[in-house]
Design a protein around this ligand. Sequence first.
Ligand code: FAD
Length: 330
Amino acid sequence: MSRHILVVAELREGVLRQVSLEAVAAARLLAGASGTVSALLAGPPDSHGQALLAAGADRVVHTPERDDIGPAHTERALQAAAEAVGQLRPDAIVLGHTALGKDIAPRLAARLNAGQIADVIAIEPDGESFAFTRPIYAGKAFEKRMFTETPWVVTIRPNNFPPLARAGAASADVAAGEAALLATAGKPDLRTVVRGVMKRAAGKTDLAEAKVIVSGGRGVRGADGFKPLAELAEALNGAVGASRGACDAGYCDYSLQIGQTGKVVTPELYIACGISGAIQHVAGMSGSRVIVAINKDPEAPIFKIADYGIVGDLFEVVPLLTEEIRRLPA
Ligand code: FAD
């Protein structure tokens, strides 16, 4: 069965989010071999549209303004998405399970009187339709859900759908896709406007999308204790995270907190340094592909879920690791 799927793509500080390419991969699966994947992107045509086409989208629909779709402009993003849905009439809409996706997906579903399945980590064919897997109870269990009617609204968790490199996507195909642009019409009718956004200092790499995370807990003993972790993260081109214990102790900002009441992450490599492995922390990182734990207590619960465990002092182990990684050929 072929379907038409719309991906709502997202830019973060002018850069296309990785999860948007992953959403295209999920959309391709839902569309079927002869289906169509459209992507909605803020602002005039540019290289981001080319990236979406190269990742498997058949066409890109642009909004007039660059800041039409962004976390600070939920209403505006919602209106842009609703307008694209009105014009394109897709069978399903796929978004990243990001701050923006979480904000607009349920509103979009309500407007369309559609069902929504959030935080999807896997999609499997099931008869004529699909089963969508999502974690529940803070990752302690998984449920499979199906839609009974179209349209579908789906948000996908970052790092679970590898982006596609459309084999043989000739530049001519890409150009043809970009040529089939639609422009959303008119100024949105907004009930609120954003007067300003105060940015908190955060790492270069977004935690939710990072492929490698080096996390620190109360064992780092202070803000300075995060320095060797930041160096290891940099050597691995990753991001720094933290347990709530470290955040509560004032060693780092709460924006780094991973866990039940923090961010949920699924990197390829998670290195937990001086973190005991409380259930609330594990809820946010147990989906990581490979978990390495560094803890001086051999009985620490984190070792029960770790693929590799190092019993030792993080202040000795982490710099040694960084040194070895820096020695590896680039
Ligand atoms: P600790 O439990 O104190 O562990 C520190 C670890 O560091 C110990 O295992 C120790 O052996 C090790 N260590 C000490 N020194 C060194 C060293 N030099 N080298 C190596 N290892 C060393 N927690 C979260 O993380 N995220 C959440 O989202 C979250 N949500 C919560 C929600 C609720 C409702 C509640 C009640 C709690 C929540 N918590 C959360 C808190 C959670 O229960 C734990 O208290 C917290 O995760 C502990 O943080 P920690 O592992 O850094 O500290």
